[in-house]
Design a protein around this ligand. Sequence first.
Ligand SMILES: [Fe+2]
Ligand SMILES: [Fe+2]
Length: 291
Amino acid sequence: MIDRRVESEGPLNRLDDWDDFVEARYPTPGAKATEDFRKYDDGARDGVREFYQLNHRFQTYDFVQEKKKTYLSFNHSPMTVLDAVDYLNTLVDDSDPDIDLSQREHLLQTAEAIRADGHEDWFVLTGFIHDLGKILCLFGEPQWAVVGDTFPVGCAFSPRIVYPEFLADNPDSTDPRFNTRLGIYEEGCGLRNVDLSWGHDEYLFHVITQAGCALPESAQYMIRYHSFYPWHREEDYEYLLDDHDRQMLRSVREFNKYDLYSKSPERPDWSRLSGYYTSLIEKYLPGKLQW
Ligand SMILES: [Fe+2]
Ligand SMILES: [Fe+2]
């Protein structure tokens, strides 16, 4: 049998080590980061630090423009949502399959937790698809360009970004075009006009919106900004927001609750759930999407 398994490239043993680190940093839903998150240690810590070193050094304004040019031409592969879920599920890490959840299992646990709380179907589907942009790893992108807390590029870096000291290695931090409070942006310009560091959030947002996504705007915000912790948790970058962003913040925070705290050792049964999710996809995101 052909081995189709692909590993993500980078210092994390598992792509989900980043998610686990974020959860350790934010043990209380809705609250800011705990001061002692640096003590986070389960053997994955060195990999996580190295991961942030790379992420903070290489996520420059120019890098983001280059990735947008590459991926927002959508010439990688036409796939339905379910094709993309299957494809993402071929991503394996240096992990123990008996203990660690697959990518599909994380999507399902997030979605099922949203459903169990009686939320609307579009919200459930948002949980089911929110990390599909991680297929960037399968297109050969390194971990630091796929996951990680996102932050604006093109203006000064916030000290509320995790491991801010690593941002000193980012050439934009000494570039006078980019290292002032507003940089290339205008006060209150709105997040839609701000470039964030490149990753799975931004990519999926563009994939679904260019396909004429019927999901409500709250869902689009949840997808696009779910890793933007310096905003939705640390409450920074107020000066870039417009009133619309402020309204949408509630939705992004509501989503984060499920993304971060829905992990459970109980494995969801895809064969039992597939019919329901297929009908949601038919309703909101039918047919092939361009990736
Ligand atoms: Fe994510
Ligand atoms: Fe997630």
